[in-house]
Design a protein around this ligand. Structure first.
Ligand SMILES: Nc1nc2c(c(=O)[nH]1)N[C@@H](CN(C=O)c1ccc(C(=O)N[C@@H](CCC(=O)O)C(=O)O)cc1)CN2
Length: 280
């Protein structure tokens, strides 16, 4: 039987509605959650994501400021802006849209965002807290994957989870979150021997490699839950994930589509983290 769809659009809408209610409660206490988004340069995809983040904030009542800086902005100028935002009482969350232009060191920039306002959850201190299970912000994309499963009644406890991809933004935090929920976790990457065999062991398979349709149906265990984090543009307009949807859907019990799966959850979880930052 073909897989059921994990509908990210619908679940993200539910999360946004919950956030809206939480924002209203905070406003009754005199607190308006505030998010600052910083965009450097003119990457077209980043411009769209930043615009969508601003709109999503407006819809739920979060105060949002977008700082659009030219591609030639120096690292020192960007760090100055972040320090200013760190001290701005109206701003509870700071996000620097990635990727940054090549002359700016992403790590230095992320390290400059104060821990309390790191709503992306990318800073080393936040990641450290995630690893040891302390209070932290869950990075938005893997958090979105977890919420997709939770709201569908998929419990990782005792399951074998395979995460393909070891990025700091998705693969590694995803593995930590699954581990915290008592899954047995394997992280695979470009040098994993016999990737297909590893993937076939997975009750939950998370693909986050950035390679169009690399995971095919023959790599999937019958009945597995397949979460596709990839967003790859092929040709002029077509978007595909890291999973070959048609063949994978013949084997999986649940699968996320691309578009409309994990992507919409990323922004919904950012709103949630911003409200959490304000609440704290
Ligand atoms: N500072 C950050 N930078 C980046 C992040 C991030 O979480 N923080 N993630 C990505 C980009 N991103 C949000 O910033 C993002 C990507 C995709 C989507 C999304 O909704 N995708 C849609 C398809 C949209 C399209 O047509 O292109 C989907 O999958 O349905 C939302 C947010 C890198 N940078």
């Amino acid at each position: 039987m073909p897989a059921q769809i994990l509908d990210g659009k619908q679940i993200a809408a539910e999360v946004r509605e919950e956030v809206k209610q939480e924002v209203a409660r905070l406003k009754e206490q005199g607190i308006t959650p505030g998010l600052a988004v910083v965009l450097v340069g003119d990457d077209p995809a980043s411009q769209v994501y930043v615009r969508n983040k601003h709109r999503a904030c407006e819809e739920v009542g979060i105060y949002s400021v977008v700082h659009r800086l030219p591609a030639e902005t120096t690292q020192a100028q960007l760090l100055d802006l972040i320090k200013q935002l760190n001290n701005d009482p109206q701003i509870h969350g700071i996000l620097v849209q990635l990727p940054l232009p090549g002359h700016i060191d992403e790590k230095t920039v992320i390290d400059t965002i104060t821990l309390e306002k790191d709503v992306d959850g990318f800073s080393p201190a936040n990641v450290g807290n995630l690893v040891i299970g302390d209070k932290c912000f869950y990075p938005c994309t893997p958090h979105g994957c977890m919420v997709l499963m939770d709201k569908t009644g998929i419990d990782p406890k005792g399951k074998k989870a395979v995460v393909v991809g070891r990025s700091n933004i998705v693969g590694k935090p995803m593995a930590m979150m699954l581990l915290a929920r008592h899954a047995t976790v394997t992280i695979c990457h470009s040098r994993t021997k016999n990737l297909a065999e590893e993937c076939r062991q997975a009750d939950i398979l998370v693909a986050a490699v950035g390679k169009p349709e690399m995971i095919t149906g023959d790599m999937i265990k019958e009945g597995a839950v397949v979460i596709d984090v990839g967003i790859n543009r092929v040709g002029e307009k077509k978007l595909v994930g890291d999973v070959h949807f048609e063949s994978a859907a013949q084997k999986a019990s649940w699968i996320t589509p691309v578009p409309g799966g994990v992507g919409p959850m990323t922004i919904a979880m950012l709103l949630k983290n911003t409200v959490e930052a304000a609440r704290r």
